[in-house]
Ligand binder design. Structure first.
Ligand SMILES: [Zn+2]
Ligand SMILES: [Zn+2]
Length: 228
């Protein structure tokens, strides 16, 4: 690649330091692929589709997750969170695009063919200013190029939910209530949304975002996370 940044800062593997790429072939083996779950009950579900019996008003329709949030994957995502290493994400997503050829992603591929709007989970304004960027938006923008989707900042975070780390499941759900609103500066041109975030922990964030979207007329909401 003729990127001048590669000349000044040659790519090094985040796992072992070997030059050439951020994820070398050897370390890629240490990235575990995650099984697909139902976004409502979090139990295993083929293709990441929501179980029929888990259908609730405003529930997500499915969830796609690529990696287990451990080892090299965790290292990569954490690095991106606190640094401007956007190129990591690009490599990551190219890897994911390879994975997409597998049968377990059949439903997700079909959903992508419908060209849903890629909607990143927003950060609260104050946090966005501290960090300087929203990693979910960076992921969505990368998908835009990779899969030909349009990124739409359809949601705003109107509540500072603080850090979810250390909270119980119940506390997380409570904290997320009323966290999002529709961004009226953004126009809804699509009734299908792909919600994008970096990591799925309990799913409280994505479920709340999906609820707001569905309450305002989005017909289908599928989630995409890099890891859980
Ligand atoms: Zn390596
Ligand atoms: Zn379920």
């Amino acid at each position: 690649m003729g990127n001048w940044l590669d000349v000044i800062y040659p790519r090094q593997c985040v796992g072992c330091g070997k030059a050439g790429s951020y994820i070398c072939r050897d370390c890629e083996v240490g990235m575990w692929e995650e099984e697909q779950i139902c976004p409502v009950c979090c139990r295993l579900s083929g293709y990441g589709a929501r179980h029929e019996y888990c259908r609730k008003p405003w529930s997500m329709d499915g969830l796609t997750c690529f990696w287990t949030y451990e080892g090299l994957t965790r290292k990569l995502i954490t690095k991106v969170k606190y640094n401007f290493y956007f190129d990591y994400l690009r490599e990551f997503i190219i890897l994911n695009s390879e994975l997409l050829k597998r049968t377990e992603f059949t439903y997700f591929n079909r959903y992508l063919e419908l060209k849903p709007a890629a909607v990143p989970i927003p950060l609260f304004e104050k946090r966005l200013k501290e960090r300087g960027f929203n990693q979910a938006e960076v992921i969505a923008k990368t998908l835009e190029k990779q899969w030909g989707l349009d990124t739409n900042n359809l949601l705003v975070r109107v509540k500072d939910t603080g850090r979810q780390v250390g909270r119980t499941r119940e506390e997380r759900l409570k904290a997320m209530e009323g966290a999002f609103e529709i961004n009226h500066k953004s126009q809804i041109s699509n009734d299908k949304v792909l919600l994008v975030d970096d990591v799925w922990t309990t799913g409280a964030t994505m479920r709340e975002a999906a609820k707001v979207l569905k309450q305002t007329g989005t017909r289908r909401v599928w989630g995409l996370v890099l890891a859980r």
